[in-house]
Design a protein around this ligand. Structure first.
Ligand code: NAD
Length: 480
């Protein structure tokens, strides 16, 4: 087992604590790497180094930053299989059907940022005073504190690192502890691509320690965080006053009307529930079915759940690996028991899979008779579950969908254009997908939570991220 290092000031370093923690393969329970247990002093050194890195990157021309992003994309692309292997090993997602795709998406995010930054225009604003000319420019915000979760360790990181660098910021990055090795491998790609010293700094360790330090320290100018709503709220307090992008939890209500193509809906909803074993912020976590088509739809959904092959994520036949860690698996146990206690009926799954290489494999689960009191409806489950409820009218469906804390992605299945627009306009969500899984998204499309809910603040995706991660400066010229 290799002892790894953090990346600070262009050097691979140990933590000043001298301590390490183990990164564990969730499919086997075996340790795969020894990771430095960073402490606040390490984070402070990383912030100092980023300050110097900012001097470098903010002076680079837009074209040079674009070339740097292309180089990073090329290195990631060249190391595709190696990175996907680490992703499967440490996160648990199937190598062939999911991990390779995540690396391809990561390449795309850097390539896209390289393009977007070249064509990002600002405006010249007509004003009342004839002697004035007023224009706007975009400037980097400075040193960014970036904190990422473990469900898409490459892709979510790329959602900040690519536009962040494109906009001319320097970065201090704290990844989720359980996917630290993925972060170290991605930082290697930056080094190989020739990123200037101090522009990217990676600090591994506990979020409540090193993550908190980079959020609260006055040396960072802005924050980008993807993770749970609870942590997001803490970060909003600790980083109060700094510009923030907060991409938090979801509980993706998906509504199936009686005129929907039920075969298509069941296929898409199964993918929304079971992709990445349901560990997706946009996962389909509440399914609202029109009463008239409930039984027919549920039968189709159960068939999809039966087709899933759980097992070794490196086996080409496997379509679902383990969950990433014990706390998320325990939450799935608790939510399944809670719904049984409240009278729901589990048609398939609802428990950990027996006779597997670790205790973190959870069976694909379909449950009917779920009520609004069930935890499935109140919390984010983050597992391979399809909790089904029913409704009679459009208004009732919109009300049930809105009656919880989240407002990230919703989906609607119907063949009626007018109904599509009714739901698109009335659902309280940042994104509404018509006739597709709640997971449909492309990395240049705006993505984020609706106001008034607990799914976050701001929009990521392509030029929207670059806008969020830069400051708009107004310049007025007096020509008198
Ligand atoms: P989490 O909130 O537990 O941890 C996220 C990150 O925050 C980790 O790196 C963690 O170490 C760090 N952290 C923990 N406590 C901290 C603190 N006090 N200060 C600073 N950093 C701290 O979330 P998770 O379990 O890693 O990820 C799953 C969550 O992420 C889910 O809720 C999911 O919906 C959400 N998510 C959202 C999106 C989105 O785009 N909206 C995308 C992916 C995941």
């Amino acid at each position: 087992m290799k002892t790894e290092k953090m990346f600070i000031g262009g050097e691979w370093v140990d933590s000043v604590s001298g301590n390490y923690f183990e990164s564990v393969n969730p499919a086997t329970g075996q340790a795969i790497a020894s990771i430095p247990e960073g402490v606040r002093k390490d984070a402070r050194m990383a912030i100092q180094s980023a300050r110097q890195g900012f001097e470098q990157i903010s002076r680079m021309s837009v074209w040079d930053r674009s070339k740097l992003l292309v180089s990073i994309a090329e290195v990631i692309s060249r190391r595709r299989e190696d990175l996907a292997r680490v992703l499967t090993l440490e996160q648990g997602k199937p190598y062939y059907s999911e991990a390779l795709d995540e690396i391809d998406g990561t390449v795309m995010a850097f390539a896209d940022a390289a393009e977007q930054i070249k064509w990002l225009e600002t405006s010249v604003i007509p004003v009342e005073d004839r002697n004035k000319r007023v224009l706007t420019i975009r400037q980097p915000k400075g040193v960014y504190a970036i904190i990422t979760p473990w469900n898409f360790p490459f892709m979510v990181a790329a959602e900040y690192l690519a536009p962040g660098l494109a906009a001319g910021n320097a970065i201090v990055w704290v990844p989720a502890p359980t996917t630290s090795l993925c972060a170290i491998r991605l930082a290697e790609c930056f080094e190989e691509a020739g990123v200037p010293v101090g522009v990217l700094n990676l600090v591994t360790g506990k979020g409540a320690v090193v993550g908190d330090e980079i959020v609260a320290n006055p040396g960072t100018d802005a924050i980008g965080f993807t993770g749970s709503t609870a942590t997001g709220h803490q970060i909003a307090v600790r980083g109060a006053g700094k510009p923030m992008l907060l991409e938090l939890g979801g509980n993706g209500p998906t509504i199936v009307l009686k005129d929907a193509d039920l075969d298509h809906a069941a296929r898409m909803i199964a993918s929304g529930c079971f992709y990445n074993a349901g560990q997706v912020c946009s996962a389909t976590e509440r399914i609202l079915i029109h009463r008239d088509v409930h039984d027919e739809f549920v039968a189709k959904l159960v068939n999809h759940a039966k087709e899933i092959i759980i097992g070794d994520p490196f086996d080409q036949r496997t379509t679902m690996g383990p969950l990433n860690n014990e706390p998320v698996t325990l939450k799935n146990d608790i939510h399944a028991k809670d719904c049984l206690d409240k009278g729901a009926k589990i048609l398939i799954g609802g428990k950990r899979a027996a006779n597997k290489t670790s205790d973190l494999f959870f069976e694909p689960t379909v449950i009917v008779g779920v009520t609004e009191e069930c935890l499935y409806n109140k919390e984010e489950t983050f597992g391979p579950v399809a909790p089904v409820m029913s409704f009679s009218t459009h208004e009732e469906a919109v009300e049930i969908a809105a009656r919880n804390n989240w407002g990230l992605v919703s989906s609607v299945f119907t063949s009626n254009l007018k109904d599509s627009m009714y739901f698109a306009e009335n659902l309280r969500a940042g994104i509404v997908n018509i006739n597709d899984s709640s997971n449909y998204w492309e990395s240049h499309v705006p993505f984020g939570g609706v106001a008034g809910k607990a799914s976050g603040v701001g929009r990521i995706g392509g030029k929207y991220s670059i806008n969020e991660m830069s400051d708009l400066k107004t310049i007025s010229l007096d020509l008198r």
